[in-house]
Design a binder for this molecule. Structure first.
Ligand code: FES
Ligand SMILES: [Fe+2]
Length: 390
């Protein structure tokens, strides 16, 4: 779509008033209009212009332990597959056969090659075409020793790995991953992330728009009403609104006491200064890489839009060193997973109400708290800016 066309569509979908609200000062601003949460067309714009152009989390390396391990994933509305090669390197490809376009991989699995279920074109783990049985006539197999070239090999997607986290960038022209992560890393210099190991993931289906997940994630305003356990651990008076720095949202607090699931019973980062032993920090690297850093963990909340009113969430937990897998840490690890599961379900309950409320013609984006919800408003603004960017 031409840029002028995109601008015109945005004006129609959000309305002049909705658009103006996204750029208004927080004291007068509303959230995004309802269409941004229900419109298929708006989501398609976000997929193409936000998700495909950004670095996006595609899973943990530990999900693909052995060569030949692969998992399909949808990013920016495009089917991809992430594969660990024979050489141990993790690569991503568009998950589509170069013949008639069948989707190749439909579930996580481990295979020595990728074979299309339709006419059995066969690709190596490096994405190169290897063979096409019967393509040139009955019982003839044309084989390729060095792949089939640009028109026949699987289309690679730019991929990078950072401390066990796999990132992909579909458009191929996002800034270098290290620059994209830099605002997070600058604030976490005392945490040795090379020590983190994947402990597992939780998956959720949320009947709400993906943006609501992060609008809620950023503001501590709802904690007293929604999270009975969390509010005891971290009361309102130690919280602030957080702030954006470039494309990264940041918030933190110093909590009065460690508890199970946050700092207690599991090893802390090696060499972590005492000042950080009771500190929680959380980030959102736009658009969807939300990372919570506690003295004993690195926990991700990553949302993948499926439909305007449906989001797939993955919560990945990384712990320090052997705590991620050793039997001796099973109990505190299980308790920590349960804590995140409970907490996230509390949030999902309200997210679904927010989605339903956006069907009301009486809702106009609401009134935001200037104390707490400035960053939430800026998230909406950032979405609009990215969608409208050339
Ligand atoms: S569509 Fe894949 S081999 Fe025909
Ligand atoms: Fe919450």
């Amino acid at each position: 779509m031409q840029h002028s066309e995109v601008t015109a569509r945005v004006r129609t979908l959000l309305g002049e008033e909705g658009l103006a609200q996204a750029f208004a000062p927080i004291e007068e601003a509303s959230g995004l209009p309802n269409a941004a949460y229900w419109s298929e067309e708006w989501l398609a714009l976000e997929q193409e212009r936000v998700f495909r152009r950004s670095w996006v989390f595609a899973g943990a390396e530990a999900e693909l332990v052995e060569p030949g391990a692969m998992k399909p994933i949808e990013i920016g509305g495009a089917p991809l597959v992430v594969v660990r090669g024979r050489d141990g390197i993790v690569r991503a490809f568009h998950n589509v056969c170069r013949h008639r376009g069948a989707r190749l991989v439909t579930e996580p699995c481990r295979k020595s090659t990728l074979t299309c279920p339709y006419h059995a074109w066969n690709y190596g783990l490096d994405g190169k075409l290897r063979a096409r049985p019967h393509f040139l006539g009955p019982d003839q197999v044309d084989r390729f020793d060095n792949g089939g070239g640009d028109k026949l090999d699987l289309v690679a997607v730019r991929t990078e790995v950072w401390n066990g986290c796999i990132f992909v960038n579909v458009s191929g022209d996002a800034q270098p991953l290290a620059d994209w992560l830099a605002p997070l890393l600058r604030r976490t210099g005392s945490y040795d992330f090379s020590a983190i190991r994947w402990a597992g993931k939780l998956e959720f289906e949320v009947r709400a728009n993906w943006k609501l997940v992060y609008e809620n994630y950023m503001e501590g305003y709802h904690v007293f009403a929604v999270h009975p356990r969390l509010i005891k651990f971290a009361p309102m008076n130690i919280r602030w609104s957080g702030e954006w720095q470039d494309h990264v949202f940041y918030n933190d607090y110093v909590f009065p006491q460690v508890e199970e699931g946050r700092g207690d019973g599991l090893p802390h980062y090696p060499g972590l200064p005492p000042a950080d032993a009771q500190r929680g920090l959380w980030f959102l690297c736009f658009p969807h890489f939300a990372a919570e850093v506690y003295p004993d963990q690195f926990t991700l909340l990553v949302s993948y839009p499926v439909a305007p009113d449906l989001t797939r969430e993955e919560l990945h937990v990384f712990l320090v060193g052997e705590a991620a897998t050793a039997e001796t840490f099973r109990e505190p690890r299980t308790a920590l997973m349960k804590m995140w599961d409970d907490l996230n379900r509390e949030d999902i309950g309200v997210l679904e109400l927010l989605q339903q409320g956006r069907r009301s013609p009486a809702y106009d984006g609401g009134r935001l708290s200037p104390h707490w919800e400035g960053p939430t408003h800026q998230f909406g603004r950032r979405i609009v800016e990215k969608v409208m960017a050339p």
